[in-house]
Design a protein. Structure first.
Length: 74
């Protein structure tokens, strides 16, 4: 299981135009880990305390909810 490298995330965040940390995290996961599967991302987020708080804030409770959120970002 991959764990989120928050140090690299903070560095990545410096060079983005987005304001929403969760949207930045999703971009980071795609870029840094080359990850596109909402199921895999959800599993990683669910096992990380900070990322789980981001999911809770957006009321995302399953991979389908994450996929819907990703679709809205496009």
């Amino acid at each position: 299981m991959i764990s989120i490298n928050w140090k690299e995330f903070k560095e990545y965040k410096k060079y983005t135009h987005r304001d929403d940390n969760f949207a930045i995290l999703l971009d980071f996961m795609k870029s840094y880990y080359n990850m596109t599967s909402p199921v895999d991302m959800y599993e990683i987020f669910h096992n990380d305390e900070t990322a789980q708080m981001m999911l809770d804030k957006r009321k995302i409770t399953d991979p389908e909810g994450l996929e819907n959120f990703l679709f809205k970002l496009r």
